[in-house]
Design a binder for this molecule. Structure first.
Ligand code: KG4
Ligand code: ZN
Length: 336
């Protein structure tokens, strides 16, 4: 079965073709980062227009390797939430129109579940080994959720951020440091030359819960930058030290809560998904501290992509193969 996955929930226009839930035939992403970097963040109206402009060519590229192009597609999976309403509408409407014209079913996918199921693209046996329950950390630009996955389609939320998402904290921190957008990769790059010990940021502990908070570390960074800049222009070495300390603080929070949760809930493994999961320090730290096996998709399957939507579509279609012609966008969709 050939599934076309379409993703337009935020600022990446993406489509991918997945064959029989295992062979990734194509994975095309057209990013709007250059446009949004001028503003230091995403402008929803601009994002929707860019999806509209990019979607046709992204779809064509995605089906290019198929012999009969769109006619070889058996089902279309599309993100219908959570995300920016205008952006989601582009993907959902294109998916419905295309599905209708080629005579195949359309399936709505929760973007957050997509980040979890993305792991199955490279590790398609983890439901058997180590098996459920699996503890999932979804860390993206808009979400930081800890979810216990008991089975396919069975998620319960056990923790979430009380304020900023971890990716948002990276993006805002980068903007304060005069680095580019998106902030996560920029901070990671700047941190390579920095010394985290010179700029330690205490993490917020949020005792007694599995919730996160990143507003404290963000305010601490702002304060430190103000103090430093009152002495004159901040050197690039100091920017790197700030970046290293800030990255370490965010990663430390993510890792410690995830490890606590995995023990408390007797999970057999950890899955990390979402753009922040591509962070190298996070990948190293969780591998080092986790008492159970850790599964993280390769970096280009952590950031938004169509492959994760196609994989979720495949899993959902196997469970309940009914088309959803009344599919609508749900910008505030949750997981668990
Ligand atoms: O999952 P994603 O691509 O889009 C959303 O669903 O939001 O995540 C985007 C977020 C951005 O905030 C970006 O700064 C962050 O992921 N990100 C990273 C890295 N790459 C992307 N954060 C830390 N380190 C990275 N290497
Ligand atoms: Zn995402």
């Amino acid at each position: 079965m050939i599934i076309l996955g379409i993703e337009t929930s935020c600022d990446d226009t993406a489509a991918a073709v997945l064959c029989d839930g295992s062979e990734l035939v194509s994975n095309v992403v057209s990013s709007q980062h250059n446009i949004h970097s001028q503003y230091g963040g995403i402008i929803p109206e601009v994002a929707a227009r860019q999806h509209f402009k990019a979607i046709n060519s992204v779809l064509k590229k995605a089906v290019e390797p198929l012999e009969n192009k769109f006619r070889d597609v058996d089902a279309i999976a599309v993100t219908n939430g959570p995300g920016l309403a205008g952006s989601l509408l582009v993907g959902v409407n294109v998916a419905k129109g295309l599905a209708l014209s080629i005579g195949v079913p359309v399936i709505g996918v929760n973007h957050l579940e997509g980040h979890v199921y993305s792991t199955w693209i490279e590790h398609n046996e983890i439901d058997k080994n180590p098996g459920f329950p699996l503890l999932c950390l979804i860390a993206s630009g808009a979400h930081t959720d800890l979810v216990l996955m008991k089975d396919f389609g069975s998620f319960s939320l056990i923790g979430r951020t009380r304020d900023d998402a971890s990716g948002e904290a990276f993006d805002k921190g980068a903007r304060m440091l005069g680095l580019g957008f998106p902030g996560g990769p920029e901070i990671q790059k700047a941190a390579i030359n920095g010394d985290a010990k010179k700029r330690k940021f205490t993490k917020s502990k949020m005792p007694g819960t599995f919730d996160f908070s990143f507003s404290g570390i963000k305010s601490a960074l702002r304060r430190e930058i103000e103090i430093e800049s009152s002495k004159g222009k901040i050197s690039s070495q100091k920017i790197s030290d700030f970046a290293a300390g800030y990255q370490e603080g965010i990663v430390d929070s993510l890792v410690s809560k995830t490890v606590e949760a995995v023990k408390e809930h007797y999970a057999n493994g950890i899955i990390i998904g979402g753009g922040v999961a591509s962070n190298q320090l996070l990948r190293e730290e969780i591998a080092d501290k986790s008492p159970v096996p850790v599964f993280i998709p390769r970096p280009n399957l952590c950031t938004d992509n169509g492959a994760m939507i196609a994989m979720t579509g495949w899993i959902k279609f196997k469970e309940k193969p009914s088309p959803q012609w009344d599919l609508d966008v749900i910008p505030g969709m949750k997981i668990g």
